[in-house]
Structures are given as C-alpha cells and as structure tokens.
Design a binder for this molecule. Structure first.
Ligand SMILES: [Fe+2]
Length: 552
C-alpha cells in the first residue's frame, strides 16, 4: 500500500466519530475537501474492460472539475473522460473520470498513476499496481460479498466493519472482487447521497485501486430524481463492460476470466418486492430548490419491476446460450443482488420474480453458481434444478401458493457438488452494513427450515401512524428444503473462490469455495443478543468444492 493510499483511506474513515446528523456530516465533508485542489483524484477504483486479460478502466472522482485528468502507465498518458452528474436531491454536482487502459499483456502486473493539472498531489500523485487476468484455462482467485456500506457511522446502515471488509479483500489478494449490490445505502441518506458515495469510494480505494471490483446494482442504488431507474450516481462512478442493449448500458454485463463466464444482472428488473427508494413520511422528501424537482410525498416508492421490458432476460438467454456453446467456457457464475433462495427470517427472503424469469434459464444453460447479497448473512443452497409446485403457503391465510420452490438434486451435504446437475446459490450480504440478519426461519409445525417468499407486486400502504407508510413484507412461506448451510454466528464474512481449471483431460475443473466470517462483529447478534464490535479477524466458517465435467 502506498503512502497516498494510506492517506486516502484515512480521509474516507476520518469522519467516523465526527458527525451526529447526516446534514452536519454532509456540511463537514464539503468543508473538509474545500481546501484541496479541485482536481485531486479520490475514490480511485478499477473495473475490467471488455477483455480482462488485456484491459482495465481506471475511474475516480475529484472535489471539483479536474483539468486534464489522466492516467500514466509506463510511458503512456491516457486522457480520462469526464462523466459528471448532478444529484437530483441535493443539487450537488459530482465530478467523475474514467480512463480506459487497453493493450496490456495477460497475467502481467502494471503500475499506474492518476493525476490532473489541478491535483494538490501533482508532485507525488496517487499510484498503485494491478494485475491483468490470465489468458486461457488458468487458475485464479476471486472474492465476493455484497452490502458493504461505509465506515462513517453518521450514515444510515453504515458500520465500522466495512473498513475491515475491504481490508479482508486485500488480505486474500484476489485477482478481482465481486460486489453484489447495496454498495453504500446512499438512498437511505437521501439529502447527503454524494457524501455517502464519497465515504464508500474512499474506503473502497484501499482495495479497488489495486484490483478490479465488479459491482451489480441493488435496491439501494436506486435514487429518486437520478435518472430513469435512479442509477445516475452508480452509472457515473462505474464503467462496466458493454451489454450492447440500447438504453441499458451498465445495468447488466458479462466478462470472461480464464474458463469462467461471469454474468452480472440487475434483479431490480424482475423482483416483486418493493425495496428501493422510499419516502415513509410523515415528512415529504424535498429536493433542493435549484434542482427543479418537486417534493416527493410520503408513501412514494421507486418500483422498477419490468423496467427493461424483457430486454435484460433476452440478453441473459443469448449470453448464457453463447457461453454454453463456447468450448473454452467451463463455468458460468451469476452475480445479482436479490435472492431466489434465502431463508433469512428478519431480512427479505426469496423472490418469485427471479424464480419465474431467470431460474429456468439457469437450469437450461447449467449455471453453476449464483452469488447474491440483500440479506445480511451467509446461506448456501444445495444444487437446485427445476421447481416443486404448490409447496408454498400464503402467509395471511395458509392457502396453497405456487412459489416455484427450487428443487434440490441432493440433500446430502457432502462438501463436493457437481454443478452440471444443479445450481448452487450463495447469499453473501455479509459485507459491512450495521444490520446483520443472521437469523433464519423455522417452520414451527415440522421443524424444517422455512423461507419467506415474495409472490406479489408490493406497494406502500398506510401504517398505524397517521401520515406514515410501510411496505409489504413477503406474502408467502415455504419449507426451505433447498437450504444447506446458514451462518448463525455472525452476519459478516467474505467468500473466497479458487478456480482450478484441471491439469488434463481426466482432471475435472473445480472451484474451491471457502467462506470466512468475522465472529463477534455483529453490533447485536440477533440469535443470541450478544453485543459485538467491528473486528479485523476473519476465520474459516466452511469450505466446499464445486466440480463439473470439462467441456468437450
Ligand atoms: Fe438489498
């Protein structure tokens, strides 16, 4: 870690104890950066380009407009494209920059520097190193979690564990990290969204400047008055591989590393649950006068189901079909935020929308692994294929409802799973947010694991408090016979994936998965009531191996 990285990290977490309210914190954050050169890079992070073996994108923000923002790599100077946006609630303009670095060698390490003419650190600009992906069938490691938040506890759902979670990624030295949505919960701090994103970006930089962090959108990336799906901030900050679907750049994408096809989706498009931006009341959310946006009344939610009109699912089918036709692809791994198979009792649970729209495609094209977030815990399914019909019960009436319950192809927890026979789902909402949800459902009638399932479009309804609205909880339950493992000790952890392509014709490819958890990190463990605190100690919770026949 360079001196500059240390300083940048400190800048991101220095507000920890400073502010008592979001408004005060936002003002302090603006003052703190007023003294810096307007073009000084911060929130520096990498993503893969279309081909991770030969290119990355370097992205960052600066407190003001940068003059000649650029990346230096070897003898090359690459100008960055500006992509500013103005937050629709606060009216604050955010300056972001993106430099595409191509023409690199596979499996090579590069040093780079980021600067601008009005960079306060121009004499010693931010610098870091990164590694490109290997070419062909080669071993590599990646890591994953979602629901990270920021270490600045002035923000709703932020918690100190998010700094340790970023350090944990670094400690495993993955080639890259998958960040499964709900990055920083800016939409729960609506009047200070850019400041929340800034604390997130500066915390992340500790790792994301040195290896790509590939995100997907969650419900908390959806912000009022920030574009057609509310993703203006997210899309301004990330340059992601092209999906070539007009009008929907950055919402979903795919990329290849070695023999693995990674497919990143936006499940906001297919879920029934209503969990994105919301004004509960009794007060309206009033955007700053200069924005021109009217007040958002209590009971308003930003509901995205169906926003792509089927375009995402069409793209997904084409992408999966092409992946399975490709003899050089062994594995298909899907990243999304919300869950098809989660039995959290205090979190959201499962969503029929994903089961209807996407699980049949995962079956048809033998998706090996699905990585999610959303519920702040760790849960692993058995390999599942197909659906059990009429296995659900309506929560209110007990009437039978078809939740399309994922069908486990085995319920023997052998530790080795052939994913050509069924897809393993992992819930990894275990990043750093302050609301751990490591409490899971049980059917009191038969002692089986039980999952809540959303089967209907949710809309806000009046609560018992006048002028205050609430959102519908899951409307059905089912026995979660697909659930194989649940971490009841802590809601915090990180999953580490070691991809081994196999060394010969008879040597099958495998992925060793190890989940490490941060015991004691729960502010209050929901299962035991024990009070804990953020901790840097991540210890092994479980390990298992995925295998499949090599593509012939
Ligand atoms: Fe979420």
């Amino acid at each position: 870690m360079s001196r500059r990285q240390v300083l940048a990290g400190a800048g991101g977490t220095g507000l920890l104890a400073a502010a008592a309210s979001p408004a005060k914190a936002a003002t302090q954050a603006r003052r703190a950066r007023a003294g810096r050169g307007g073009g000084t890079p911060e929130q520096i992070h990498l993503t893969w380009s279309e081909n991770p073996a030969t290119g990355v994108v370097v992205s960052w923000a600066s407190p003001g407009q940068a003059r000649r923002p650029r990346v230096r790599i070897g003898q090359r100077v690459i100008p960055a494209e500006p992509r500013p946006y103005t937050d629709g609630i606060s009216g604050e303009t955010v300056w972001t920059y993106h430099a595409r670095v191509g023409g690199l060698r596979p499996g090579a390490t590069y040093a780079y520097a980021v600067t601008a003419d009005n960079d306060s650190d121009a004499a010693d600009p931010f610098s870091a190193t990164f590694r490109t992906a290997p070419a062909g069938r080669a071993p590599f490691r990646f890591t994953s979690f979602g629901d990270l938040a920021t270490p600045n506890t002035a923000w709703v759902l932020s918690y100190g564990q998010s700094a340790y979670a970023v350090e944990a990624v670094e400690s495993f030295e993955p080639l890259f990290h998958l960040l499964n949505g709900d990055l920083c919960y800016a939409n729960l701090n609506p009047t200070a969204q850019p400041e929340v994103w800034r604390d997130f970006g500066n915390n992340n930089q500790t790792s994301a400047a040195s290896r790509p962090w590939m995100p997907c959108p969650g419900n908390h990336e959806v912000e009022f008055c920030n574009g057609p799906q509310g993703f203006a901030s997210y899309l301004s900050r990330y340059t992601l591989p092209e999906n070539r679907v007009p009008g929907f750049a950055g919402r979903w994408y795919s990329f290849r590393v070695g023999s693995v096809l990674f497919v990143s989706l936006d499940a906001d498009d297919v879920i029934y649950q209503d969990a994105a931006a919301f004004v509960a009341g009794p007060a309206a959310l009033v955007p700053a006068a200069g924005t021109g946006h009217p007040a958002i009344e209590p009971g308003t939610s930003f509901y995205l189901r169906g926003y792509s009109g089927g375009a995402q699912t069409g793209w997904l089918e084409r992408t999966l079909a092409a992946g399975r036709r490709d003899q050089t692809v062994d594995w298909i791994i899907v990243q999304m935020h919300q869950c098809a198979a989660s039995s959290s009792s205090t979190g959201n649970g499962s969503d029929l929308g994903i089961r209807q729209e996407w699980l049949p495609l995962f079956d048809r094209y033998q998706v090996d692994l699905v990585l999610c977030g959303h519920d702040h815990d760790y849960e692993r399914s058995f390999p599942v294929r197909g659906a059990d019909t009429d296995a659900g019960r309506e929560a209110a009436t007990g009437a039978v409802v078809n939740t399309l319950r994922p069908h486990p192809v085995t319920t023997t927890d052998s530790g080795v799973f052939d994913t050509s026979r069924g897809t393993v789902h992992l819930i990894l909402g275990c990043g750093g947010t302050d609301a751990p949800l490591d409490e899971y459902g049980t059917d009191t009638a038969d002692g089986q694991r039980q999952a809540k399932v959303f089967t209907r479009a949710g809309q806000p309804v009046p609560s018992s408090t006048p002028g205050v609205f609430t959102r519908a909880a899951a409307d059905a339950v089912e026995d979660a016979i697909w659930s194989a493992k649940r971490d009841t000790v802590t809601g915090y952890g990180i999953a580490v994936f070691d991809v081994d392509p196999g060394s010969g014709f008879d040597d099958h490819p495998s992925i060793k998965v190890t989940h490490y958890h941060a015991v004691g990190a729960d502010p209050v463990n929901p299962a035991t009531g024990d009070k804990g605190a953020p901790t840097p100690d991540y210890t092994e919770f479980e390990t298992f191996t995925l295998v499949r026949p090599r593509q012939q």
